[in-house]
Structures are given as structure tokens and as C-alpha cells.
Design a protein around this ligand. Structure first.
Ligand code: NAD
Length: 517
């Protein structure tokens, strides 16, 4: 970590030119130490950045997919070439382990630059459309995707590369300028990556980072053509309300409470390993973390004992690669939420079989990997987003009860079902109300950039990845071309009874012969 503070100071110095009167501090959550200060930009600075972004966007769009793709591909290599520096910055502001940063941030970022460089054109190429409508016979119909112009991306603190910066990549690939407002808890990764984009040749002003608190995000909503928001459901609703004033389009990736169902015929070892890994991965601070587990009675004891044994072996700390499994928490108030959920569960009869406290650390914000049993839906740990390293496990009578409880949530982001009879497990999975569902797996669906990722119910609106993940950054424009034209079409003025009669007969012939059943 030597030199990281200087590195961060340099990154901050590379922040937008506008000098903000206010600043905010960034902490290393593993130690509690302040590692940087960033400008808390106000509405005027955001308006100036928006003007700059709009000014340079037409030239960026004119570069075409090829020209933009070249810069994005360079950036893919940059991410890998600079991975140690980027991981150090990510770790310094999130407290996550080296492996969590490598597996879920570096690999995502690098893959995403290549994916969008290659696929943007396929998803956004003009599409020919065929129509059976009578009035357009002989005409050329097309659908085209035109970049909206200026996109605002607002991100959370749990994955500063993947969830904040990651959503900027398709927006840029589509030909938009982007202003990213990263979380005030983790702004340094975005500044580091802005430096990378600059080195890779992105024109000035096409990608800008607006550091600041919530008010900075609110100011951004008023300035852009579309907002891509990732964060809590509560803030997402505020963003959508504000965007309604200017009829600005929003895409919202919000909170979750993902269930994992273990059916009686499941491979219990795989189910236990997956539940524990994706419950504790990134300290449980993943929108699609396993937040609750329902296990059919016949395999419940075996599942609990396997999870317990594995959870006891987890190493928590801020050590180097390979030395620790679970890092610190990132957002100080989140530790209070986790503690509240565990204490509430205990007070209502749950048993803590592993962890259950903040542990002993010299400083920083920590909560131990924790496994809870004898839980039910009267407890916050089973009904509200915990967003920490906890795994509450509930015994269920049968799959009907598991499905009912899995759906007993305002959220619907991801879900998992484990069972050896794949057809049967799939039939259970299809009954879960969620934007994504994995069978005998969890979370890795996120890495398939061809597959849409978005929430059902209070987990969001719209999706990232796949065709929808880039088309949302564009105005869909329908085009009709009349190439071989007569001076006047038969239905045009002046109306006359003879032509009306002919048209009427024609419509009857076309549409009036349907079934009389
Ligand atoms: P948050 O809602 O508190 O903050 C998110 C961002 O919104 C921050 O940058 C914040 O400064 C900004 N903001 C705050 N008030 C604003 C306002 N009025 N207008 C505009 N912007 C405003 O969320 P968080 O605590 O940073 O992140 C954790 C949450 O994010 C969890 O609920 C998690 O599930 C969710 N999340 C969802 C996904 C997903 O893909 N669905 C991914 C990651 C995180």
C-alpha cells in the first residue's frame, strides 16, 4: 500500500477543474483513517460540467463505433496493466479483500470494456422492420438508435468500479457524454479510472466525474438526458420523482433481499458452499448477495452443519492476497444496520451459530461473518435488506412454503434454487418473483453481459447488460422512407364517397373474415 495516499491525492487533483468551495473526507473503512478529500460539487459546477459534456458529445458520436471502440479496447488493457494500482485504490476506500476486488471489479471492468467495444454496434445497428399495415406497403421501415446526448450515472459504494463506473461504459460506447456521480464513500476509484480513460485518448469532457454528496446527485438529475441510478430503493424513488419534473428517463438498479432455496434432493455440499460464498462475498455488500436461505426439512440439519463448519473457518481482516476471506464493511452506518438485524433476530428467538459481533479490530468498521438459525419472517434479518456478512437459514416444510416465503418480500432482484432434478428445480425457479434466478448457482449471472440484469418489484426499473443495457442510453427513432412515390396517395384529400367505399370494402376483405366462434 506504500505510496497509495500520494496516488490518491494525485487522482483527486485530476478531478474536474471547477473549484468547489466545499470538500468531504474519504476514509479507509478498514482502519477509519482519512485518506483523501474530494470536492463537494454544487449545482453550478454540475451545470458547467453538463455544458462541457454537451459541447463535446457530437464529435464523440461522430467518431463512430470503430473510433470509440478503439479507445474502449485500449482501456480494457489499461485496466489489466494497472490492476494492482486500481485494486489498491478500491481496497483503500471499500475495505474489501484483494480477491473480492479482483474477481468482481477488475475482471468485470476489463470484460465490460471489451464487450461493449465489440457489441455496441450489433445492438445499435439500424434494424429493418416489416409491417403488414396497408398504408405502408412498398415503403422502407427502419428502427435506429440515436445516442441521447448526456447521461448521468449515479452510483453506490459497494462496487465503485462495477456498479458506478461499469454503467458508464455502454453509455460511452453508444456515443454519449457521461457525468458520473460516484458515492461520496468511494469516489477515488472513479477518479482513478477517469485518469485511465484520459491516457487511453478519450476526448476532454466526454467523461467527467462529479464528486459530492447526495445533493450533487440531485443536481445532476436536473441536467442530463437520462439518469442511470444504482443505490437504495429509498433514494431511487427520490431520483424518479425529481426526474418526473423534466420528464428525464431513469433506469433504476435498487436494493435486494435475495433468497436461496435448498430442495430436498440438492447437492448439499454445493448448496452450502454457494450460500456461504455468495452470502459473505464482498462482506455481504452485494445487491445480489444471498440474504436468506430456505431449506427443506430433510436436508436442513446437514446444510446447517456444513455451513457452520465452513463459516467458522473464514478469515476476516485487511491482509494481503490469499491471507483473508472476508474484508471490512465499507459504509459505517451499515454496521449498525447489520448489528440491529442480528440483535432483533436474537431477541425474537434466533440462534447465532457463528459470529454475531463486531469482532476485535484496532479501528475501522467490521462485522463478523455470521450464521443465524431458527429464524422466521417476524425478524428484520429475513425481511429487510441487511447488506452485511450474515446468512440466516430457515427450515421449511416443503417447496410450497419455500416459494411463498421467497416471494414474501417487497424486493425481487435475484434468487437461487438448488436441486439435482434440474427440470423440477427450474419449475420452482420460474415461480420466484425476481429479475434473475439461478439454478444450482448464484450471482454469476451478473458476469454474463449478454444477459439482462435488473430488478422486479422494489428492486428496480429497467436493466443493465444485453441489448436493453445499451439501448436505454439511446433515443429509439422510427424511420419510414417512401422511395417510389406517386403524386398523391388514394386516401388523401379530397375525400370522396367512391374511394371511401372502395377502402371500406378493402378493409372488410382484409380484416372482416375472422372466426365467428
Ligand atoms: P444510496 O441510495 O444511499 O446512494 C446511492 C447514490 O445516490 C450515492 O452516490 C448518493 O450520493 C446518491 N444520492 C443520495 N441522495 C440523492 C438524491 N436525492 N438524488 C440523487 N442522488 C442521490 O445507496 P448506497 O447506500 O450508496 O448503496 C447501497 C444500496 O445500493 C443497497 O440498497 C444496494 O442493494 C443497492 N445496490 C443495487 C445494485 C443493483 O444493481 N440493483 C447494485 C449495487 C448496489
Amino acid at each position: 500500500m506504500a505510496g497509495i495516499e500520494e496516488q490518491i491525492q494525485d487522482d483527486v487533483a485530476a478531478a474536474p477543474a471547477a473549484v468547489a468551495p466545499k470538500e468531504f473526507a474519504v476514509e479507509n473503512p478498514a482502519t477509519g483513517e482519512v485518506i483523501a478529500h474530494c470536492p463537494d460539487l454544487g449545482a453550478e459546477e454540475i451545470a458547467a460540467m453538463a455544458r462541457r459534456g454537451r459541447e463535446v458529445q457530437p464529435a464523440w458520436e461522430a467518431l463512430g463505433f470503430e473510433g470509440r471502440g478503439r479507445i474502449l479496447r485500449r482501456m480494457q488493457k489499461w485496466v489489466i496493466d494497472h490492476q494492482e494500482e486500481v485494486i489498491a485504490v478500491i481496497r483503500s476506500e471499500t475495505g474489501k479483500t484483494y480477491e473480492d476486488a479482483l474477481i468482481a471489479e477488475i475482471s468485470y471492468g476489463a470484460a465490460a470494456f471489451g464487450f461493449w467495444a465489440t457489441n455496441a454496434e450489433n445492438y445499435l445497428a439500424d434494424e429493418k422492420v416489416k409491417s403488414s399495415a396497408v398504408l405502408v406497403k412498398g415503403k422502407k421501415l427502419m428502427l435506429r438508435y440515436k445516442p441521447l446526448g448526456l447521461i448521468g450515472v449515479i452510483g453506490p459504494w459497494n462496487y465503485p468500479l462495477t456498479n458506478s463506473f461499469g454503467d458508464c461504459i455502454p453509455a460511452l460506447a453508444a456515443g454519449n457524454s457521461v457525468i458520473l456521480k460516484p458515492s461520496e464513500i468511494t469516489p477515488l476509484t472513479s477518479l482513478k479510472l477517469a485518469e485511465g480513460l484520459k491516457e487511453c485518448g478519450i476526448p476532454d469532457g466526454v467523461f467527467q466525474v462529479a464528486t459530492g454528496l447526495g445533493a450533487t446527485g440531485a443536481a445532476l438529475v436536473n441536467q442530463v438526458d437520462m439518469i442511470m441510478f444504482t443505490g437504495s430503493t429509498k433514494t431511487g424513488k427520490q431520483v424518479m420523482k425529481a426526474a418526473a419534473d423534466t420528464l428525464t428517463a431513469v433506469s433504476l438498479e435498487l436494493g435486494g433481499k435475495d433468497p436461496l432455496i435448498v430442495l430436498a434432493d440438492a447437492d448439499v455440499d454445493r448448496a452450502a458452499n454457494t450460500a456461504l460464498y455468495y452470502g459473505m462475498f464482498n462482506g455481504g455488500q452485494t445487491c445480489i448477495s444471498i440474504e436468506r436461505v430456505y431449506v427443506e426439512a430433510p436436508v436442513y440439519d446437514e446444510f446447517v452443519s456444513k455451513v457452520t463448519e465452513k463459516a467458522k473457518a473464514l478469515r476476516q481482516g485487511a491482509g494481503a492476497s490469499g491471507q483473508v476471506d472476508v474484508g471490512s464493511m465499507t459504509f459505517p452506518p451499515q454496521v449498525d444496520i447489520v448489528e440491529k438485524h442480528v440483535e432483533d433476530a436474537k431477541a425474537k428467538g434466533a440462534r447465532v451459530v457463528v459470529g454475531g459481533s463486531r469482532g476485535e479490530h484496532a479501528g475501522g468498521y467490521w462485522y463478523e461473518p455470521t450464521v443465524l438459525v431458527d429464524v422466521d419472517h417476524t425478524m428484520l434479518a429475513m425481511t429487510e435488506e441487511t447488506f452485511g456478512p450474515t446468512l440466516p437459514i430457515m427450515k421449511v416444510r416443503d417447496e410450497e412454503e419455500a416459494i411463498r416465503l421467497a416471494n414474501d418480500s417487497p424486493y425481487g432482484l435475484g434468487a437461487s434454487v438448488f436441486g439435482k432434478d434440474i427440470k423440477h428445480a427450474e419449475s420452482v425457479a420460474r415461480r420466484v418473483d425476481s429479475g434473475a434466478v439461478c439454478i444450482n448457482d448464484a450471482l454469476v449471472n451478473y458476469t454474463a453481459l449478454e444477459l439482462p440484469m435488473g430488478g422486479a418489484k422494489a428492486s428496480g426499473l429497467g436493466s443493465r447488460h444485453g441489448a436493453g443495457g445499451i439501448r436505454k442510453y439511446c433515443q429509439q427513432q422510427a424511420m419510414l422512407v417512401t422511395r417510389f412515390a406517386t403524386k398523391k396517395d388514394p386516401h388523401m384529400y379530397p375525400y370522396n364517397a367512391k374511394m371511401t367505399g372502395r377502402l371500406s370494402k378493402f378493409f372488410k376483405f382484409l380484416y372482416g373474415r375472422g372466426s365467428r366462434d
